[in-house]
Design a protein around this ligand. Structure first.
Ligand code: PAF
Length: 300
């Protein structure tokens, strides 16, 4: 049985494209919301998938948006302008956290946290790393939704976790422990242990644990370090998303990762010096970079 509402996949990022293709393979009705109306092709695994794309949200839909953290607020501002949004379900996936998420997200909005890795090469989407995903909300009060089965069939394994807060904080920590260092040292994930002192890594994690506790989420520093170490090993050959953004001169998500930890700690009344420094170092690199030439990503 397919879902009652059509799917509307937002953006043409790698994860969104991957989900669009896999939902279509499950005979789900899928449209894309892009900056142009018409027909769009995505190639995957030797096959070509053709989707109808629209600029607007035309009808109540199951909206799947895997976006950059800095795109979340503009996206919600736009969706709120469509009548169909009130009756739509929103499933969001992004790295990091927003300072004032509850202002932007409705209590019924869903988070999809994933360890799948994908990248786009023109119209081709490549499923580079097979991981797993979790679906839930930040309030932890919702029942498992009907659309869970469609999402789980499309890109398995999908775990139901009513309260996704711990999972999102763990993902935030992993990204804070890996991504800025890969940019500062221009290295692949697996090379990090050569560059980052264990005491420095611990300090990043401890600052996150303190902030999470203040926000009512219990984490353990040693667990975060173990998880980050595992991700480093499992993704040793990968360039982190932040390094890819840096190399392609795209905006980086640092303000939503270490920058978020620094700012939210300051708002809570203390400083998080290691996350603050990392955030400043990465930000200064990105402003320096806009005045220098574009490097070749393959030299990283
Ligand atoms: O942002 C990324 O690149 C990924 O989330 C991760 C887990 C750090 C692996 O590269």
């Amino acid at each position: 049985m397919t879902s009652k509402l059509p799917w509307c996949v937002i953006g043409q990022g790698a994860l969104g494209s991957l989900m669009a293709v896999h939902l279509a393979q499950q005979n789900e009705q899928v449209q894309l919301k892009l900056r142009r109306t018409g027909s769009t092709e995505i190639r995957f695994d030797g096959q070509t998938f053709r989707f109808q794309s629209n600029v607007q949200l035309l009808q109540p839909s199951l909206i799947f948006a895997a976006v950059k953290a800095y795109q979340v607020v503009p996206l919600i501002e736009e969706l709120r302008r469509y009548e169909a949004f009130a009756e739509s379900t929103l499933i969001l996936s992004y790295n990091g956290m927003l300072a004032n998420e509850e202002e932007w997200l409705r209590p019924q909005d869903w988070h999809w946290v994933t360890t799948h890795g994908a990248y786009r090469d023109g119209a081709e989407v490549v499923h580079g790393g097979h991981g797993q995903s979790w679906l839930g909300t930040m309030t932890g009060t919702a029942e498992k939704p009907e659309f869970f089965t469609a999402l789980a069939r499309a890109l398995p394994p999908l775990h139901w976790q009513a309260d996704l807060r711990v999972r999102r904080w763990q993902k935030l920590a992993i990204n804070c422990l890996i991504n800025p260092y890969t940019v500062l040292h221009r290295c692949r994930n697996g090379e990090l242990p050569q560059h980052v002192a264990p005491a420095e890594w611990r300090s990043v994690a401890e600052e996150i644990v303190r902030l999470a506790a203040y926000q009512g989420v219990t984490l353990a520093t040693d667990d975060l370090l173990t998880q980050a170490q595992q991700v480093v090993e499992q993704t040793a050959r990968n360039r982190s998303s932040m390094l890819q953004d840096y190399l392609h001169q795209r905006p980086m998500e640092i303000a939503y990762l270490n920058g978020f930890v620094a700012a939210a700690s300051a708002a809570a009344g203390w400083i998080a010096p290691t996350n603050q420094r990392l955030s400043e170092q990465v930000q200064s690199l990105s402003s320096m970079k806009s005045t220098t030439s574009k490097p070749n990503p393959d030299n990283a």
